[in-house]
Design a protein around this ligand. Structure first.
Ligand code: PNS
Length: 164
């Protein structure tokens, strides 16, 4: 694995559900890398009530990026650094919305580096309009009957209304 020559990047997350902020990070990643592996974690380190199974989350993202050959959606369990090795892709991308994200993201980046020294984490700032957006809030608002149509794409909105 060589970070300097990597043409691909892994964008891992729970994506429960994928929001416009996540999509924005994927689009930005496509400007920098030839290929983006969107890696849907079967289990997240966050302890949270899930809305969609990992298979459903993976399917939704696949449908969203249908026809975009440079985006490959995979689901994974186990360590992210093992996936990086398997995919021969030592670069991980994470969105950084605000300072509040920093501690958790920094911890993860450092832990991943301890586990696998070649793995490099880079952070992308999503569009400012998404700086407050999280899957957790989207789930909560939607569950309580609020309108989340500004925060997720129409496909995700449809899947969410079917589920709720
Ligand atoms: O969207 P999330 O929930 O913030 O994503 C967190 C995720 C999935 C990237 C993180 O929990 C993860 O990498 N899980 C895989 C297991 C692993 O490698 N854990 C050690 C991370 S330091």
């Amino acid at each position: 694995m060589n970070t300097t020559t990597s043409k691909s990047v892994i964008y891992p997350g729970s994506f429960d559900p994928i929001t416009n902020g996540h999509e924005n990070v994927i689009e930005r990643s496509l400007d920098l890398f030839e290929k983006v592996f969107v890696a849907v974690a079967k289990i997240s380190s966050h302890d949270k009530q899930s809305l969609f199974s990992s298979e459903e989350r993976t399917e939704i993202i696949r449908e969203l990026f249908l026809g975009q050959e440079r985006v490959q959606v995979i689901s994974f369990d186990g360590l992210l650094v093992d996936l990086a090795k398997e995919l021969q892709t030592p670069v991980i991308i994470r969105g950084l919305r605000a300072v509040s994200d920093f501690e958790y993201e920094f911890q993860m980046a450092q832990m991943n580096r301890q586990l696998q020294n070649e793995v490099e984490t880079i952070f992308l700032a999503p569009d400012q309009q998404y700086s407050f957006l999280s899957s957790t809030l989207v789930r909560e608002v939607a569950t309580l009957g609020g309108d989340v149509s500004d925060f997720v794409s129409p496909l995700v909105l449809k899947k969410m209304s079917e589920r709720l």
